[in-house]
Write a protein that binds this ligand. Structure first.
Ligand SMILES: [Fe+2]
Ligand SMILES: [Fe+2]
Length: 214
């Protein structure tokens, strides 16, 4: 049954993200990562659970900091619920396997990305920095979920990661669209290309670890 779902998923993917660069990322993940990750699936699931928690928290922070931005509030309110739903589902996958959630691990990737944020500027420029940062994390997560979906032998998790990949790819589009609501398209495109290049540099320097989603 799950094999059929995976096959259907592989077919459907053509319409969603035919090539990974639709996500804009300049540097694909080292293919060795997914093999190491599969061997450390407990660590990956724990790290993943906290990625979902941070995604939900980040959307809540944006709503609280920018309550006057109607499109943002409208678009991100359901995303909070979706991300928290992902958190619940990852915790359930941990539980089914007899693993515990455990403590949050240091998020080296997100820390490095935070260093890219431009200081100062207008309130809208600051908002766009945050939206693009979220878009980057969503894009990289979707790319990693795609690798897990395509490569891991655990069919339940494979289908799970397919679903989540589609969801995070949708969020990536939401954040980019919101950024273009608050600053001119040309400005956003330019800044986005810069951040993609900087993210690729960060990825290049990062150690490949099987206990981290990023
Ligand atoms: Fe998520
Ligand atoms: Fe997401």
């Amino acid at each position: 049954m799950f094999s059929i779902l995976v096959l259907i998923g592989r077919f459907m993917i053509n319409g969603v993200m035919k090539d990974k660069f639709k996500l804009g990322l300049e540097l694909p993940t080292d293919p060795r990562w997914v093999n190491i990750a599969e061997k450390n699936i407990e660590d990956i699931l724990v790290d993943h659970a906290y990625c979902e928690q941070k995604a939900a928290s980040s959307c809540i922070s944006l709503i609280v900091q920018y309550p006057e931005k109607e499109e943002l509030v409208e678009m991100l309110t359901p995303v909070v619920a979706e991300e928290w739903g992902h958190f619940e589902r990852v915790v359930e996958e941990l539980r089914k396997r007899g693993y515990k959630l455990g403590k949050q691990r240091k998020d080296i990737y997100v820390e490095a990305l935070n260093g890219l944020l431009k200081k100062g500027g207008s309130r809208d420029e600051q908002l766009v920095e945050k939206l693009l940062m979220n878009a980057l994390i969503e894009a990289r997560s979707a790319e990693r979920f795609r690798l897990l979906w395509k490569n891991i032998s655990d069919q339940v998790l494979s289908v799970f990661y397919y679903e989540l990949m589609v969801s995070e790819a949708g969020h990536y589009k939401n954040f980019l669209q919101l950024a273009k609501t608050y600053m001119p398209e040309e400005y956003v495109e330019k800044r986005w290309r810069q951040l993609l290049a900087d993210e690729a540099e960060i990825m290049k320097k990062m150690e490949i670890r099987g206990d981290r989603m990023h």
